[in-house]
Design a protein around this ligand. Sequence first.
Ligand SMILES: [Zn+2]
Ligand SMILES: [Zn+2]
Length: 1010
Amino acid sequence: MQPNLAGKLVRLSALVKSKKKAYFILSLGELSPPDSQMGGHVSIIVQVPAQLVWHRALWPGRAYVLTELRASKIHGHRYRVWTTTPSSHLTPLEPECVRELDLDLELGRALLEADAKTLPRTSSIQERQEQKGLARDSTLLSYTGTVTAVLNQPAGLYELDGQLGLCLSYQQFHSLRRVVRPGVRLELQDVHLLQSVGGGTRRPVLAACLRGAVLLRGFSRLKPESQSSLHAWGAYLYEKLVWERQLGLPLYLWVTKALEELASKLCPHTLRHHQFLQCASPASPSLALQLLAPTLDVLAPPCVPSRNAHKEILEEPHRCPLQKYSRLQTPCSFPTLAALKEEGECKAWDSFDPKTLLSSPEVAHLTSCQLNQRLAWSWLCLLPSTFQPAQVLVGVLVASSHKGCLQLRDQSGSLPCLLLDKHSQPITDIRLIGCLVRVERFQLVIERKVKSSFPSWQELGMEGFIQDQGARVYVQFLLADALIWPMPRTFLPSATPSNRPQPEPSFPEVPHVGQSRLFLLSHKEALMKRNFCGPPGASAAVAKPTLSFHVSGRWLGGTQRKEGTGWGPPQLKGDENKDQKVLLIFMGPSVRWFEFLHPGQVYRLVAPGPPTPALFEEDESSCISQRPLELAGCTSCLTVQDAWILEHERSQDIPDLPGISKALPESSLTDLLSDNFTDSLVSFSAEILSRTLCEPLPAASGTKSGSTEARKGCVKITVAVEAADCEYPPHLDIYIEGPHLPRPLGLLPGARVYFKQLEKRVSRSHNVYCCFQSSTYMHVLSFPPETTVSVPLPHVYLARLLQGGQTPFQAIASCHIVSVFSLQLLWVCAHCTSLSVQGRCTHQSSTCPTQTSVSQASIRLLVEDGTAEAVVTCRNHQVAAALGLCPSEWTSLLELVRGPGKVALQFIGPEAQPESSAKTDEPLTLFLRSLCTSLSVLRPIELSFELERKPSKIIPLEPPRLQQFQCGKFPLLTHVNPRIQLSCLSIQEPEHSSSLGAFASSCSKTATKA
Ligand SMILES: [Zn+2]
Ligand SMILES: [Zn+2]
């Protein structure tokens, strides 16, 4: 006889479906014990297919009778449990019908010893908490509530009673998925309550594992939503995460959020939902998972044993993925590009404070114009770690046919980007266009441009002086730091011309019909607006400057036709041995190739469509007359048509290629710094030291002064030229000006840049400087370092500066102030820089808007360090340091000068009487004169300096000259080195002992030399 069991339903598991069978497990307990939950109970497996429907009818807490059960052994378990037989019946228990219950329960206990004797749970929890400080246990409870919102249907996330989260994905809830919608009433049996799970989720979450049951207790009045295929793909993905990756709930919730972010960035324009969520093949996970993989692999390594449903339901103590959890620190987020751009701009303007930007003591001496010019351009570099949580950049790489730059794009917008291949190489692989890029390490650069009218430094903290401000935001990263996925061709922008806001021209796959020709690129000119005359027949009305660039190079062989998947043999013509130079003009949409074309590389120009004879030959329509110089050596000048495609060819794949020098041409330092103008175009690599906006160059301002273009100003970049075996790189200024010259991305302090064909000029003071030309090519070699290490200046003897050749441009010398040549203190109008007397501007007929005046000071000193002498010019705040005055003394001295407006002293020779423009008997003049000759000024100092003239070979160093000295009665003739001219950077008081040491050592050096 098979026994019957009766009792109160104390636990009901979820309906579990595996490949082999479907089942659920219910537990019957004693009818009215004081604590039925913790008391003894018997678990019964229901697995007869016809009986599975009971799962919907059972109410926990009610009493039932199950008939004709048998005890059986579960595979993988050490004990036996009750199971129903096909002839079993379920009936509600009517107490009066029951005669014998205890026996069944006794029997159950015997069978399920481990189950009935609950382990001392509390102590074990404590132990485990001690082991793992951060892990907590979730609470098992039962709850009845109404669904108020569907948060993410494929992920099984709902909102209960407006305040709780509900996650059903840890159960197999297919049947419920169709039913659960707002208004549905659910009874949740034995679900886990998890609080403060982190990862961006704030409310407590109820989550049901297989032990608990989710029972439908009331229907919704709402119509069911139609099940889109998106839901099915999504659901499959989320199931994989729970069942195969075994994510805990905090991580699972974060993943659902991250996938929502990613899908909103990419679907449906870049990718269809199914392309994003579906796996391409069983072996390769879906793109969605691949995008998350770098993060998931760290947080949830994919090597956890899979879940065992029987154990999860039956075993005591209960173990399931929801049992233990720890608060998740949000690993990262995938912001839309528009949001990232906005956040970058916000941070850039939040941190923009004129007062901190100009914090040096020098600021007090700047005129209004100087002050506002220094504020005009500044930049900020944000690293992913400055965002909380860290931001991951995801977007599709496109080449803009409007701006010629590379952009990352998602559905929210686009962000210009600057990419570097490894080894400082520019990117050349055109196949990158259209690829999906994921980058964790990048620099978000914000260049700030400010138009301000601060009258003087005193107003820097006040508002209302900034008229206009703008920001340029872009990202720069290394290709090696990016994960790249080619996108399905059918979903490139070209193939979806319908609802794209900005249709980009097509990048179709290599066509089946077409012709191509190889060329070696030798030079690329700047991308800028140029004037073109139209083809001879066209009207002259469209003579607007067009964004364009040129490249020059030469053809490698003749035109090739498409043959199958490859290219046929080159069609030879009579003049093959001729050096076929070519000038290619890129204008209109073909400017999109700009970022991929670089000197020394071989490209294939492909014209899709049926072959046209002599397509890559002479181009009559282009403006040959415009470029006579370039055309001198070219057999053809060709305008690249919009539909043509470029491919990068690896040069080792090309036979018969004469050796191409991959090294970038660089001018020698001698060429660079000499006044040899046989080639005024110079090329070099350099590190950018500083970048400022300045007044237009004199030559250019003469033509267009006053126009808006001239007022745009000029970008001045100071660089340290990199030269082989040169210990102290010379510094050079490079100017970019003119309305048509673009401001390239990446010209930032700290970056290393290669410049080709800069124009060399020499200033009136014989300084060499360079100017950007329309023919200038540049590419960034490396981005600014993420952490800047300030390199201390070299410590030198002054004689070192006389040796010529390699002298440091900036250095420190321990020296002694021998005498003061001149000293000038004055007050000028901050607006017009005229002399200001008694604080009033003296400019005639001027109505300066503000009567603010600023003090200016300069002093010329003679210093020597035992090896040589130098004349040092100190300006403004450096004068205070030179005179050894503390800030309060300096301020009161300047206040004394405010009355007369100007005090200037000339000292002729160290022993001569001072001459002064002011009356010599004035107390102020007397004081300054005695100060300048006193030992408090004539003292040892640590002088940081730079050469007054940027290094140039134009004026060779003067040879030592003979000079006569009077030594007592005897005249002495000796060789004297020319005086070195230095500009002061700063003056420090020497530490006494070390200065003595330095002095002593320098003395001994000269002694040994002598
Ligand atoms: Zn559980
Ligand atoms: Zn004035």
